[in-house]
Ligand binder design. Sequence first.
Ligand code: PLP
Length: 370
Amino acid sequence: MKRIPLLDLKRQYKTIENEINAALKSILDSQHFIMGKEVSEFERSMASFCGTKYAVGVNSGTDALLLALKAAGVGPGDEVMTVPFTFIATGEAISNVGARPVFVDIDKKSYIMDPALIESKVTKKTKAVIPVHLYGQCADMDEILKVAKRHGLKVIEDTAQAIGAKYKSKLAGSMGDAGCISFFPSKNLGGFGDGGMIVTDDRDIAEKAKLLRVHGSSKRYLHSIIGYNSRLDNLQAAILNVKLKSLDKWAEARRKNAAFLDEAFKDISGLATPFVSPGNEHVYHQYALKVSREVRDEFIKFLVGKGIESRVYYPVPLHMQECYKFLGHKEEDFPVSMESALSTLVLPVFPELEKQELEYIVDSAKEFFK
Ligand SMILES: *Cc1c(COP(=O)(O)O)cnc(C)c1O
């Protein structure tokens, strides 16, 4: 039986093995692991890639969100809006700066923040909005930025899944006050461990984030603010410098795979392919299908039987997580997030998938829905 994983990083590594090994060897030879020239080089490259003035490497996407919120002045007593249909890190960052997450439901077709729902939730305490560019597609930034401007809110983009995605020709992460990127191994640009970055045009946010990531210090053993230990590792930066060169090519391959699946699934009733909102260029971190909630788990089981890995991102929305019980929400408070958690699944779409594998996925899905 064939086995098609959701992601096969070994295939990607094989294509760049020599270059990666050489980059690692040079760091090993230098024995320079913290804040070396590889980090600065990668920051320059990322700022240029995203079209922002500044890029600050940190140790994870989660910390990018945390430090960006802190740097933007969000703290205890503040409210920050985000969606419940996201990875826990988005909510965690809000909670860990001492603010309160206020959830806004998502759009039924695109699974990203519904901008029409933001304004009614603005209070005197609202300080910021975190739109999540879920699965590799940007949120409706024009609308979100409009509301944010009217109420003086900071906009922090959760760009963990959408590096390289475009919204009306603008790069993900470059439109709000700051963009937060993750280099977790499974992300579209993944390191060999944890890593993250804040990209921004705001000098104050960049300077503050740089202080926060090294114990609030710009001069050794002098600490102007209370910070963290949250640096991007030099080894990771060396790897990411190599990988960044292939990112556009990989995104193109993901789009091609998604287009193949879109076309093949068109005629299957009972299955909705990803919706790309007008003006968006999707990078397909995930290829998400919607089916009826009655058959979703059965479909996943059927695919397992066929050797095809699929997964649910995310099965429990944040408003129903035990850690957020204190917010007192009920399932029906965010019906679209709830429904999406019960009726979506993601299929393999990674760049190195072969044509026969895509065809096998399609044939298997057709067999199920027949
Ligand atoms: C991966 C992810 C994060 C966190 O990134 P880490 O690097 O794993 O800390 C945050 N938000 C979303 C939407 C993610 O997918």
